[in-house]
Write a protein that binds this ligand. Structure first.
Ligand SMILES: NC(=O)c1ccc[n+]([C@@H]2O[C@H](COP(=O)([O-])OP(=O)(O)OC[C@H]3O[C@@H](n4cnc5c(N)ncnc54)[C@H](O)[C@@H]3O)[C@@H](O)[C@H]2O)c1
Ligand SMILES: C[C@@H](O)[C@H](N)C(=O)O
Length: 374
């Protein structure tokens, strides 16, 4: 769409509209909506988009000290420059993170604090990672509702008010027992039974609503369970698939809290972070939707254990099922259909199960060698 037509369409939408939010006068949000040139569609084809020194996005990552944020900051800093990517969280960063690039305190429940950060740092992209995951969410529903829903409202309004490109991850947990589970397509019944899932469906719908109503450049990927070696998961149902590596290396034993035949979609962290970068850089006209499933592999605890045992035959795996996590897993997709992401913006995973296991073991192997050396 030509630039002027784009602006006048969005300006008209803005004049007609008022984004709802409990935290600030609605008119302010509308009057202050501004449009970054980055929101205008580009002719560059996917993968060939590159950023000149002066054209870097200025990125803020919320909830950046969890399993995914530090890795994403590293990837984005490599691409856009160290000082153009700000990590934020409400927790105190470890030394290594604090010294690796800009870090700032940000509580997503504090709207004024968010606005100050966005204005003072001239933020243009917002990656919203703060959340309570599925298992911790069930253990503290009130806090999960507040962080995952009220916090999201603040993020949407900040993004709309300042014309930011906004990424919010969703999850396989946004589906429920009445969704088709094998495979689960992008568009189907979504009736999750966890506060986490309910809050993520809410985020998908609110983001898409703001996109259609106010022109917000909202982008969302539904991540599978993410597996990483150098960061620990924050209390989800798929955490077993990370813990098994730590326990296997440390003790040669692992007690799994899901049944051996529980099949769930999973992904290695490098694929997840690259997908996030790719969808953020994708020209708007390639996105036929604003919320996409992405997938890499799908396995059960038994299959993961067998793959590990090819290299560690002495590994012993036992099962002590946690009924809360098992009920959650039994309501989630077994296989994820990500054909729209593959078609629209050329999504392609690099890691399948054997490569994942090899990469994780290589990481822990080199760590052990380093520890012995020191
Ligand atoms: N890790 C996965 O397997 C996975 C899968 C699907 C989707 N996701 C989504 O990706 C995002 C990042 O996941 P993660 O695994 O890094 O999560 P995590 O639980 O490891 O980290 C979440 C972070 O949010 C922070 N936080 C909590 N309350 C906050 C507040 N009020 N203000 C600011 N920050 C606050 C926490 O301190 C924590 O560091 C989440 O939105 C999650 O739903 C993750
Ligand atoms: C799947 C995902 O959203 C998260 N790892 C959880 O299990 O809660």
């Amino acid at each position: 769409m030509p630039v002027m037509r784009f602006f006048s369409k969005v300006a008209k939408q803005a004049l007609l509209s008022t984004p709802g939010c409990g935290c600030q006068p609605l008119t302010v949000a509308v009057r202050n909506i501004s449009f970054s040139p980055r929101q205008v569609t580009s002719d560059a084809s996917f993968h060939s988009v590159s950023f000149s020194e002066t054209d870097h996005p200025k990125v803020l990552i919320t909830g950046g000290l969890g399993q995914l944020g530090v890795g994403l900051a590293k990837l984005l800093r490599k691409r856009y420059g160290k000082n153009n990517v700000i990590l934020s969280d409400i927790r105190k960063p470890p030394n290594s993170v604090f010294h690796s690039g800009p870090f700032i305190y940000s509580d997503i429940l504090d709207y004024k604090n968010l606005r100050e950060i966005v204005v003072n740092n001239r933020i243009t992209w917002l990656v919203h990672y703060s959340a309570l995951l599925s298992a911790v969410g069930e253990a503290n529903v009130a806090l999960a509702r507040s962080v995952n829903i009220t916090g999201l409202h603040n993020i949407l309004d900040i993004a709309a008010e300042h014309g930011l490109r906004l990424f919010v991850p969703s999850t396989i947990g946004a589906f429920g027992p009445s969704s088709p589970r094998n495979p689960t397509p992008d568009l189907c019944v979504q009736r999750p039974r966890t506060i986490y899932g309910v809050s993520k469906v809410h985020a998908e719908l609110m983001g898409e609503y703001y996109h259609h109503r106010y022109g917000l450049d909202f982008r969302c990927l539904r991540y599978p369970g993410i597996i990483s070696a150098d960061s620990m998961p924050g209390g989800g149902t798929t955490d077993y698939a990370v813990q098994i590596f730590h326990d296997a290396i440390k003790t040669g034993k692992f007690e799994c809290n899901l049944r051996p035949d529980t099949r769930l979609p999973m992904m290695y962290i490098d694929d997840c972070l690259r997908a996030t970068l790719e969808v953020m850089e994708a020209p708007a006209e390639t996105l036929s939707m604003r919320t996409y499933n992405i997938n890499a592999m799908s396995f059960t605890p038994e299959e993961l254990a067998q793959e590990l045992q090819k290299q560690m035959p002495e590994l012993e795996v036992t099962y002590e099922v946690d009924p809360v996590r098992q009920a959650i897993a039994d309501s989630w997709p077994m296989n994820f259909d990500d054909s729209n992401a593959r078609k629209d913006w050329a999504w392609k995973h690099d890691y399948d199960l054997p490569e994942l296991v090899q990469t994780m073991l290589n990481f822990f192997g080199s760590e052990t060698r380093m520890a012995r050396f020191n």
